[in-house]
Design a protein around this ligand. Sequence first.
Ligand SMILES: [Ca+2]
Ligand SMILES: [Ca+2]
Ligand SMILES: [Ca+2]
Length: 510
Amino acid sequence: MNRKKIVGSIFVCMLMCVTVSTVTGTSNIEKNPNIIPNQEPNVTNFAPWTLLAVHDIGATGETGLNGNAGAEFDGTYHYSTRWASNLIHQYDNAGNLLDEFSIPGVTGLRDLAWDGQYMYGGAAAGQVFKMDFANKQLVDTFSGAFQSRAIAYNHDTDEFYVSNWGDPVWVLDNTGAIVNQFNLVTTTSTYGLAYDPDPNGPYLWVFDQTTGATSTIYQWDLTAGAFTGTTYDVNADVGSGIGIAGGLWLSPDYQQGLMCIGGCVQDSSAPGVTDYLFVYELYTTNSPPEIPTIDGPTIGIAGVEIEYTLETTDPEDEDVYYYVEWGDGDNTGWIGPYASGEEVTVGHTWTSPDDYEIRAKAKDINDAESDWSDVIVLTIVVTDPPSVPDISGTEQGKPGESYSYYFTSTDPDGDDVSYFIDWGDGSVPDWTPYRTSGALLKENHEFSEQGNFTIKAKAKDIYNAESDWGELEVTMPRNRVVNRPFLQFLENHPNMFPLLQRLIQRLGLQ
Ligand SMILES: [Ca+2]
Ligand SMILES: [Ca+2]
Ligand SMILES: [Ca+2]
């Protein structure tokens, strides 16, 4: 991987920035004033960090001003905060500025964190603001004996990590109460934090300004409580090469199948240079299948198999397995694999009357598992099926004429009944609406062809208990319009066309 691969015109722009920059004076850079002077961390870049995007959001870019520091991505939009103001900026995925706004009661935001609904951040002080960016409202403020410049949200534990320069990393619960803290020790200028649920971790990524590596991302192993040695120098790819760390985020939603890490490089240490948002591919992810749908009856009878259909899709289109709990202590185990999107039918038989909760989940061939589906409550009853339908009506008729037929079935439990009528002539059979047990059902039917037909009907009650088939044989002998004068001619000349006459007799036309 070529980590120096930079995209199109941005590369040209950055080259220009480098050539025009001279390191004189600062404007609104927020550099850690407490950097340990002689600390030179050993920075080792590792492949493959592929740079996916760089967006100029500073003096020469979208906002037109430097001082942009915090950063976050909510799955749809990028955000940056301007630390010495109350300004928040929203961008699309192409880095275009969409909105500039403020939230009443909030100023001086640095790094941000996103919990899937709310945005969190602090002003390098003992508060974390819980904000609704969509409605531009302050929802809550957590206060405590911590300092929140850098912030990350751990969605696995519903906790926050906050820190400020070389302070400890404080672990806050979802009310802002401190539940733990630890020291990063070797880095002393933390500006951005991001949580990484990597199964090999979990990790906390630290974006730090420590001297000699002023824009470097470090990987901290939360289980081991130590840096892993994995680092990345963003200055190698982004901006003038003299930028300093800002906010940091991590998201599986920037690009399907990828865990991406992004942030803001504050690059305002020299006139003419600017601030950047950046995004790197961190590693590939595998998403679980969608929560499966399960469809089928909510009522049934003991001892008769009931069928349900399952369906899901996998974001990577991988084959999937299903697991169904039947609510009676039985389950299907993992069944499959099936193609993503293929409808699968499974059946089960319950032995005793009760209510049963049925639910299903799915996993892909790489063991990424969905959550459980909604529950179907199945009521199992004991009931007898309706009687075999009695069928009556015209047994001899003509094709093309409509005749009435009558069906009756009685359910011993008095349950309503539905009839499944097969006319035997190739027309598509179907269940009728439910009607009172024993009530006469009248259906009109027309046989379009000549012949003998078997009308068949079965009945079911509201619990799907089915009767055997009832039958009625009918015959539709003839109804032909024929050329009478021609027949009469043949009759009058019996010896003229003997073969033809015999044939006509055979066909029953005469
Ligand atoms: Ca963050
Ligand atoms: Ca998958
Ligand atoms: Ca019944």
